[in-house]
Write a protein that binds this ligand. Structure first.
Ligand code: SF4
Length: 311
């Protein structure tokens, strides 16, 4: 929601491209791609229900713009492997997703594909959470290297940090579908309640009478993202003094989350009942995106001296 709220606002000031990156999901789910297609549509429905407007922004599917793959390949010629090995999420996800073999070439190259996704539209800025900031920094490094070798083709994109910086999952780790700890926009109120109630809290607060520390509690991170300043102050004070229990704290959080989700929940069924319209929106957006990507690739091929057709 933090990201989406921001994206909806950005439509007023920027020409925006929002891509559903199905190839990226294959980097971790390559062994079982059975849900990718339906997930793509679900994501699109969430986006539309949250207020992304296909008239103002380009909403598209990554794999329908195959130029991303070509740019990924060309960038992979110039990106040193140690740059990728030191990306924090590389080691972290390998350790966390123990059931999956992530010692693949595709997984290592994930940030190169991400760079291609960004720069193929010559993006000036990328709206991301703090956890993705290192990736945008790497994108800038790759752009500098490319431009140094072949001339100024790409601008260096800046990072637009989203306000709600850390959104932990219900187990306290980063919220991610792959970790099975996510709360989904489409989750109905009862599901949201069932996920929040057993959520991990400050591990030092074992009993109701123990004071806690909101700074180390993932529930409080969600308060930061969803609750009012007044509720946050109430939770912080009540936690530190053991004036409230964790279930009271979570109850207030649930109220605020459901308030924020209410408008999306109201709009979502409308799109969910029309998957063909959602398909059409994504196909139309992909066509628009592809025209831009193709123009960029002509420049890239010329810069790299592999532009046979035009010469
Ligand atoms: S009272 Fe709230 S902030 Fe404190 S440990 Fe419990 S859930 Fe976390």
């Amino acid at each position: 929601m933090g990201a989406l709220d921001n994206w909806v606002r950005l439509q007023d000031t920027y020409e925006c491209y929002y891509s559903i990156v199905d190839w990226h999901s294959l980097t971790t789910d390559y062994a079982d791609p059975s849900e990718i297609k339906s997930n793509v549509i679900e994501v699109a429905i969430d986006w539309l229900a949250a207020g992304l407007d296909p008239e103002r922004s380009t909403l598209f599917i990554q794999s329908l713009v195959p130029e991303h793959a070509e740019l990924h390949l060309l960038l992979s010629m110039v990106v040193p492997v140690p740059w990728l090995e030191r990306v924090p999420t590389y080691k972290e996800q390998q350790q966390q997703l123990t059931g999956k073999d992530l010692s693949t070439y595709g997984f290592l190259g994930y940030p190169v594909l991400q760079t291609a996704d960004i720069i193929i539209y010559k993006a000036d800025a990328v709206p991301v959470g703090e956890d993705q900031a290192a990736h945008v920094e790497l994108t800038r490094e790759i752009v500098r290297r490319f431009n140094h070798l072949y001339g100024e083709v790409f601008p260096e994109p800046k990072t637009l940090l989203t306000e709600a910086k850390r959104i932990p999952g219900t187990d306290g780790r980063k919220m991610s579908k792959s970790y099975g700890n996510a709360i989904y926009i489409k989750d109905d109120p009862e599901t949201v309640r069932q996920k929040i109630r057993p959520m991990v809290t400050d591990p030092a607060r074992k009993r109701r009478t123990d004071p806690g520390d909101p700074e180390v509690c993932p529930v409080f991170d969600l308060h930061r993202a969803f609750s009012t300043a007044q509720t946050r102050a109430w939770a912080a004070e009540g936690c530190r003094t053991a004036g409230i229990g964790c279930l009271d704290c979570k109850g207030k959080l649930i109220e605020h989350m459901l308030e924020r989700l209410a408008s999306v929940h109201a709009r979502r069924p409308e799109y969910a009942s029309r998957p063909d319209t959602v398909h059409d929106i994504l196909f139309e957006g992909s066509k628009r995106a592809r025209a831009v990507a193709q123009a960029t690739m002509e420049e890239v091929r010329a810069a790299m001296k592999i532009d046979y057709l035009g010469s």
